[in-house]
Design a protein around this ligand. Structure first.
Ligand SMILES: [Zn+2]
Length: 294
């Protein structure tokens, strides 16, 4: 499952959203279409947060009219709005008329009211949203997303899809699945983490900062382009200096490099949790792929 990125429009097989801004009236619009799923929620919330960090608070309109289905459980939606979404917006209007957008909007507004005593009006169309804000029309331009922040979104989308995959019964990341995966690679390369330096930050540590469950490096599969061997990050040889590198257990080629990242804008790989994950190869977890950076 590779991620497709074009401008500020985020596209996967099912869902997408646009982020647009009217500078004159200081209005930020998020427009969702297709299937409403966890990775859209997570990525959109982070991009809106990053926007407010750069530009300061704005009026916000969330247009839900293009949503055709809701693919995330209600309790997950409510959980996200309870913990993550405390945005410094000046006001938020939800645009929804038909189903399932209207029911989704009702859930969101009810939750916001009961948890934060915060009014989040639902209006039937964009004209009504403009009237509510006292503007005659909006001049909306796509929000430019810096390349490093776009890769942060890619990493968040990867993590959200791992969370989704884990929630499905047939893909449960349980002890059985782990033991099968590990047994296979332990046979080929010996017990994992034998030569692992202690205290090194791992790729799994960084991803866990964004996940409700826990994974470790043994859950992250990679293939070496040099010798063709398949393995997990737990079986790679690691060296820790300023960077942590994961090297192929068979030929020694560096597959993944992790380095501290004081400034997110300087990331050349995927910025996650204050570190830069620079992977020369795809990293796979539960069938979800974080595409190679080089
Ligand atoms: Zn190799």
């Amino acid at each position: 499952m590779r991620l497709v990125r074009g401008g500020t429009r985020w596209a996967s097989l099912a869902a997408m959203f646009d982020l647009l801004y009217d500078r004159t009236h200081n209005v930020l619009l998020t427009r969702l279409s297709g299937s409403y799923c966890l990775d859209d929620i997570v990525v959109r919330d982070r991009q809106v947060t990053r926007f407010f960090e750069r530009a300061g608070p704005a009026h916000r309109i969330a247009d839900l009219t293009g949503i055709t289905s809701v693919d995330v459980p209600l309790e997950t939606i409510v959980g996200r709005f309870g913990s993550a979404l405390k945005l410094p917006d000046l006001s938020t209007h939800l645009v929804a008329s038909g189903e399932p957008g209207f029911s989704l909007a009702r859930v969101i507004t009810a939750h916001q009211y009961f948890s934060r005593r915060r009014e989040m009006p639902i209006v039937p169309d964009m004209d009504a949203a403009c009237r509510a804000l006292g503007v005659s029309s909006l001049d909306l331009q796509p929000v430019e997303i810096a390349p490093a922040l776009a890769r942060e979104s890619d990493a968040l989308r990867f993590v959200a899809r791992v969370e989704e995959a884990n929630r499905r019964e047939d893909l449960k990341l349980d002890e059985l699945a782990r033991s099968v995966l590990r047994g296979k690679f332990d046979t080929a390369f010996g017990e994992e983490e034998g030569g692992r330096s202690t205290g090194a930050i791992t790729v799994a540590d960084l991803l866990n900062g964004e996940l409700p469950m826990r994974i470790d490096d043994g859950d992250l599969a990679v293939g070496c382009p040099g010798c063709g061997v398949g393995t997990t990050l737990a079986h790679c040889r690691t060296t820790v200096h300023r960077d942590t590198t994961y090297d192929c257990p068979s030929c020694g080629e560096t597959l993944v490099r992790v380095r501290p990242l004081p400034d997110i804008g300087a990331a050349t790989g995927y910025p996650v949790g204050g570190f830069d994950i620079d992977n020369a190869v795809d990293i796979a977890c539960l069938g979800v792929i974080l595409a190679a950076r080089r």
